[in-house]
Design a protein around this ligand. Sequence first.
Ligand SMILES: [Ca+2]
Ligand SMILES: [Ca+2]
Length: 97
Amino acid sequence: MTLVKIDAVTLAVWPNLNEEYWVGASDKDAEGSWKWTDGPLVSLKTGSGGLWESGEPNDAGWSGASENCAFISTALKMNDVPCSIIRKYVCQGGGAR
Ligand SMILES: [Ca+2]
Ligand SMILES: [Ca+2]
């Protein structure tokens, strides 16, 4: 199973369930270089049409851990957070991997 890869179109139709969900983006291999699990770079755009919350990804060090995984926040944008926190997650649908 692979965590879901999203784009601005996916975010625009993301259901607002007031919960946070892991998506398949990480910068664990190289700090600040965000990649999807299948390899492509993640756009770092924020604001309208962007994937990230304003000021994210910021590697802020929530709970003292570096922020190398990303979830979709309740604001329906991505935020980088420590990979160790517990959240629900969304996997990629069937078809090509
Ligand atoms: Ca990071
Ligand atoms: Ca963050």
